[in-house]
Design a protein around this ligand. Sequence first.
Ligand SMILES: Nc1ncnc2c1ncn2[C@@H]1O[C@H](COP(=O)(O)OP(=O)(O)OP(=O)(O)O)[C@@H](O)[C@H]1O
Ligand SMILES: [Mg+2]
Length: 369
Amino acid sequence: MMSSLRLENISKQFEGSMAVNNLSLEIADGEFLVLVGPSGCGKSTLLRLLAGLEQVTEGRILQAGTDITALEPRERNFSMIFQNYALFPHMTVEQNITFGMRMRNEPKSKHRARVDRVADLLQLGELLNRKPGKLSGGQRQRVAMARAIVRDPKLFLMDEPLSNLDARLRTEVRDGIMTLHQQLKTSTVYVTHDQMEAMTMADRIAVLNKGHLQQIGAPQTLYAHPANLFVAGFIGTPAMNIFKLPCRDGVVMVGNQAVNLPDTAHARQLTEVYLGIRPEHIDDSSAYRDPGNPGERLHLEASLTYCELLGADYLNHAQSPLGALRYLRENRGNAPQANQQVSLSFSLHDIHLFSGQNQQNLHRESQNA
Ligand SMILES: Nc1ncnc2c1ncn2[C@@H]1O[C@H](COP(=O)(O)OP(=O)(O)OP(=O)(O)O)[C@@H](O)[C@H]1O
Ligand SMILES: [Mg+2]
């Protein structure tokens, strides 16, 4: 993989806090990388370090092998799109888009072709002579994007560009960004705290927590093989059910069934593990759902507490011997009722086990061992 950008052991210390802590990653040429994590985990700081708007406390940033750590923002030729995009209200859409080119005294003859190209990509052709005050939120955000891409940057940096838009516009602008990316193939680092947005847009997702990189990988990798308890709880909607259970000699009791932990020295000396099971992997014997892979299954008797209709599915909340849990049930046949007794089961293949000590995935540990 050709790497367009490489971060080596980047840290950023503010007074009293490490916003980014010894973080290394590579962004491939043409890749769409999404940074996710809870509020305050360091996403914007990392983006600002890439842009050159903040200086790293430690570490290096390399672009195509060249150290750019000390370069000024304008020397990097990256384009940044913020959550609060500021358009000039007294200028037309076209003047807003060409503002940077005019500031750099680029020849007028070049403007026309480039404006037409981005206006076409972002469907702004009809709006070029309007002022921002007469545009919808989504249209304004597309103008802000047009202004960023007209420069033909080496890298796009986007900080929650959809968060000010309503649900329908989010989808519209998101589709616009993806179409654009497919055509331009410009490497992009995209920040969001919305893991659904991350799942649908990313080539790879990087999960941050408290300035630390937790895991980086394809959306499906993070979903199927979360490296630790944090990623397990963060990726996936509705969130994974997680139970803290006692264990001994590498065996955990799930209800009255014994489940072997992966056979490692670490697992054998544990006294507690976290068992994770996704709501979509729990089957309800009263539903029409095909249990698919029968394999070895674990069974739980539970009582429904309440049922949320999501549309195609119900999200059922239940009390089980392991604790409260949630699972998805198809919206077919009789509607589930509160207080109803249900027989739940799930496959051993679908469970995730995390160390009670360091919260790392025990399966990954045994694979790496
Ligand atoms: N200029 C600054 N001076 C001091 N501390 C800062 C500064 N900028 C950010 N921080 C701190 O660094 C940490 C990371 O902030 P950052 O803005 O990167 O988070 P974020 O992940 O973008 O959060 P959000 O999702 O809320 O936008 C926070 O604890 C924040 O308070
Ligand atoms: Mg932020």
